[in-house]
Design a protein around this ligand. Structure first.
Ligand code: ASP
Length: 337
């Protein structure tokens, strides 16, 4: 009975979703909003470079190591994302990711290269390196997306090993959550979430990848933006790339990453494009954007970067010119007190 009520009440309202750790921030949103002139994170290009959502310095370091040794942007983003997938302390990606409401850890990931090729996996169980399976889909199948059991079988037949992705600590967190089973925004901020990564290699070619366990305690079968090409990630090697994090439903509704790349094509800087994409979300009639987080990072062909989010505390890790640093993102909801 309780479970039935639970499922019924699981319509995708923002108030009804427990977004993975950091997403539903955060601030006292009753405070006044202030959309002042954006702070640009634009910099003069020096290649190679890598940027990633949240603070993931080990992941960007790995990606930079690949780039410095002459590897492609595609290799860099895959291997960078794999660092977070393997980290069981990261409860929103790969092994150790928080499960759905029924205790299943299901992963979504995608990857896109300089030629516009892409691959993705959705609702993948028992395989840690979802991003690598996505790359295999891109390179070794005539398809773009594989889901569920098909994706898992494909992974197994390509040498990936099955393992239980539900760690003790994620299981404990789920058990605590089950007591109330309430879909309320988690007022909590961690320093990482979905890992989205964009890289430009020494040849100036761009690739991107994105990997996540999605929303914590989501409905079984739910898929977010992260494996959807154009929503969670988009690359156009002539223009630039973008990757998203946050409440995937809102990103999908505005085809966020594609939008950012198209805005850059029209002449906007990565920073301006990210801001415009957030503005499309928050300016919708009846948008309850104060209850959820969305963040974008973007890079253009010149190597200029930008990031923007709805709430405070979204950040981007950037590795360029020997510096691997966390950059706090500018954001839409300003606390003026
Ligand atoms: N965008 C992801 C999703 O909706 C969540 C996240 O960024 O962690 O599945």
């Amino acid at each position: 009975m309780q479970r039935r009520k639970f499922i019924k009440s699981a319509a995708l309202t923002s108030a009804g979703l427990a977004v993975t750790n950091s997403l539903l921030s955060c601030e006292d949103t009753s405070k006044k909003e202030n959309n002042t002139t954006p702070i640009s994170t634009t910099q003069k290009a020096s290649l190679p470079l890598v940027i990633a959502t949240w603070y993931v310095e080990n992941a960007t370091a790995k990606a930079m190591e690949i780039l410095q040794s002459g590897g492609t942007a595609l290799d860099a983003v895959e291997q960078g994302c794999m660092v977070e997938e393997a980290d069981i302390k990261n409860s929103s990606v790969g092994k150790g990711g928080l499960p759905d409401r029924d205790g299943n850890v299901t992963l979504d990931a995608c990857i896109m290269d300089k030629d516009g090729n892409c691959g993705s996996v959705v609702f993948l169980k028992d395989i840690t390196h979802a991003v690598s399976v996505a790359r295999k889909v891109m390179e070794d199948t005539p398809h773009v997306m594989l889901a569920g059991e098909g994706a898992k079988q494909f992974a197994l037949s390509n040498g990936f090993e099955a393992e239980d992705l539900l760690t003790e600590s994620s299981k404990k967190a789920w058990e605590v959550w089950k007591v109330e089973s309430e879909y309320k925004p988690i007022i909590n901020i961690e320093n990482h979430d979905t890992i989205g990564m964009l890289a430009i290699d020494k040849n100036g070619d761009i690739s991107g990848a994105c990997t996540t366990s999605g929303l914590a305690y989501k409905m079984q079968g739910r898929v977010g933006d992260s494996p959807i090409i154009g929503s969670g990630l988009f690359i156009d090697n002539e223009i630039g790339g973008c990757v998203a994090t946050g409440l995937g439903e809102e990103v999908v509704k505005t085809v966020g990453s594609f939008l950012v790349v198209e805005l850059m094509r029209q002449g906007k800087s990565p920073q301006q494009a990210c801001e415009e994409a957030i503005s499309r979300i928050v300016s919708k009639p009846n948008s309850n954007y104060k209850d959820f987080q969305v963040g974008y990072i973007a890079v253009n062909k010149k190597g200029e970067t930008g990031s923007y989010s709805i709430h405070q505390w979204f950040s981007m890790t950037k590795f360029q010119d020997g510096k691997n640093e966390q950059i706090q993102s500018d954001y839409f909801l300003k606390n003026n007190s």
